[in-house]
Design a binder for this molecule. Sequence first.
Ligand SMILES: [Zn+2]
Length: 121
Amino acid sequence: MPLYDFTCRVCGRMFEAMAAMDAGEGICPCGGSAKRLLSVGRGYRADGDWIGSVAAVVEKDSDKPHVRAFLADPSRANYRRWMRGEGIRPLEDGEGRPRATTAPAVGREVLERFKARRGCA
Ligand SMILES: [Zn+2]
């Protein structure tokens, strides 16, 4: 059976577990029900693009354990370990998102002006 990443609905922990290909649910070590995440590695590369972009920047010849672990198995759990090992903090909620204050209105106005210039308003 392949190894998948799960996230617990009760405690929020992420963990890896073997599961059948069609299993959407798992059981967390805390006993809570867990949702299967789209997984990477081991031939199943549903979100291999961003993992690939991370793998491209890690030091391939580093002997740091968190780097070796990520390169050996580029799973989400090992990605988190790698981030912690490198001192990279994940974004908090609301951080790093574009501020959607006036942008849509400005976009509409520009579009209307463009249409007017083209004579199709
Ligand atoms: Zn749990």
